[in-house]
Design a protein around this ligand. Structure first.
Ligand code: PHE
Length: 448
């Protein structure tokens, strides 16, 4: 089978594709606002600890499952199983992850659709099409349907092209664009009045909150979402890595890029909020907490852009372009998870499978759009609060308790001959076996 499967052509291609999956709305929107709400640098610190101590080992577990299996998530996990009961367990974990990825895409593409609409808005405003501009920014069913369709269509177009010509090629184009936009916007915002106050709010820790349960739960949830764990996405991307690659360092690069971009996004968003405050925009809710969620992105920041005069059109366009690109490189990974399964399991041609599954997910998005109040928050909770931690934990259990240690070592040695003597091999196996499942389980229980 492996000869007909796609593969990433280069190491850089994999790093950018996996970083593209990891870097998304979670980094640029979720991370900064969570940090602002949970004690600034105290949250950043806890996030760094959890990202490297819990999320990175879990990320490695998923990556390794995929590279060993060289197949979709269900087939890769089944290949590691030794008994019929384990094979059933493999199916539940693998298929659960695939479902989670599909459901995630159903709400993610709605939010990403808003980002595209807000990217178009400054263009409409700049040419004086005020009615169009206000339609683009008003929360309404027709707009949501059109822009979710546009975003889902883009995702489908890329995934139809396959691993090297779709995912890898587009990640190589979009990720550098994302980094350039992010850095330029951050530098620009730093020059504005009020930015330094935002920097203080972001970087001066309130250590009294460090061990707050809510802070820890939020930080772990954020780290799991951000590294795309528990969705079988990383298993699938891992299955497209060449056996000659050193997977331990590849995983570390992706984690570092993901954490770094989240941190950088904080340097943009929090100071931008305080710049908005200096312009008279309200940034605190009545209870004194910093405004977050959609109010932040769709009210506070647009008010800031408006107050900037003509340059504001460019800044608004660049900012929402950044959001849209970040969302696109993540959504392609969400679609790839079910597509790879259907292509390999049912022998369906990739282009057809992509369109069918893409349309199915779009139908779920439509259901959410039509029942927004009831379904939007629910789907987010099912996938990010329950699905991802549970499946991520089960993947660690799979690697720690079901996969043979010698077989793990053998897989790690491909592309990394000396791994047996490394610190990674001394720590990671027992860590994934015991510490990760217990810690993830404890944090999950605390969140309920
Ligand atoms: N990691 C992405 C983000 O931070 C979201 C994502 C979750 C992507 C799960 C794929 C799978 O926005």
């Amino acid at each position: 089978m492996s000869s007909t499967r796609g593969m990433f052509n280069s190491r850089l291609g994999f790093i950018l594709a996996a970083a593209g999956s990891a870097v998304g709305l979670g980094n640029i929107w979720g991370f900064p606002t969570q940090a602002a709400q949970n004690g600034g640098a105290a949250f950043v610190l806890m996030y760094l600890i959890l990202a490297f101590c819990l999320a990175y080992p879990a990320f490695m577990a998923e990556l390794l499952i995929g590279r060993y299996g060289q197949a979709n998530a269900v087939a890769s996990l089944t290949k590691m199983s030794n008994s019929p009961a384990q094979k059933k367990f493999a199916f539940v974990v693998g298929f659960g992850g695939i479902l989670c990825a599909g459901l995630l895409m159903s709400f993610y593409s709605i939010v990403a659709g808003w980002m595209i609409a807000y990217t178009a808005e400054p263009i409409a405003s700049a040419v004086g099409a005020d009615a169009a501009a206000s339609w683009l920014t008003t929360h309404a069913v027709p707009r949501n349907i059109i822009f979710t369709a546009i975003f889902s269509g883009l995702t489908i177009l890329i995934i139809r092209q396959g691993v090297a010509d779709g995912i890898e090629k587009w990640s190589k184009r979009l990720m550098p664009a994302l980094i350039i936009l992010l850095v330029s916007l951050t530098i620009y915002v730093m020059t504005l009045e009020g930015a330094s106050e935002g920097l203080k709010a972001y970087l001066i820790p309130d250590f009294s909150q460090l061990f707050d349960t809510q802070l820890i739960v939020s930080a772990l949830g954020q780290a799991f979402f951000s590294l795309s764990l528990g969705t079988s996405v990383i298993i699938v991307y891992g299955s497209y890595i060449n056996r000659s690659e050193n997977i331990v360092s590849l995983g570390a690069y992706v984690t570092l890029i993901d954490v770094f971009i989240a941190f950088l996004a904080g340097l943009l968003i929090i100071p931008a909020m305080y710049v908005a405050q200096a312009q008279g925009v309200q940034i605190f809710a009545t209870d004194g907490s910093l405004l977050s969620g959609d109010t932040l992105v769709f009210a506070v920041l647009p008010s800031l852009f408006n107050s900037m005069g003509f340059v504001g059109y460019f800044v608004a366009f660049a900012f929402f372009c950044l959001m849209s690109i970040a969302a696109l490189t993540s959504s392609i990974s969400m679609l790839e998870a079910p597509v790879s399964y259907c292509v390999e399991r049912f022998n369906i041609e990739r282009k057809l499978a992509t369109v069918l599954i893409g349309l199915l997910i779009f139908l779920i998005s439509l259901m959410i759009i039509f029942n927004f109040g009831q379904l939007f928050g629910l789907v987010i909770a099912i996938t990010t609060k329950y699905g991802q931690p549970i499946i991520g934990m089960l993947c660690c259990i799979f690697v720690g308790w079901i996969w043979h240690r010698s077989s793990i070592l053998n897989e790690l040695k491909q592309g990394n001959e000396t791994v047996e003597h490394s610190l990674f091999w001394k720590i990671w196996p027992w860590y994934t076996k015991i510490v990760c499942p217990l810690a993830i389980g404890a944090v999950f229980a605390a969140s309920l």
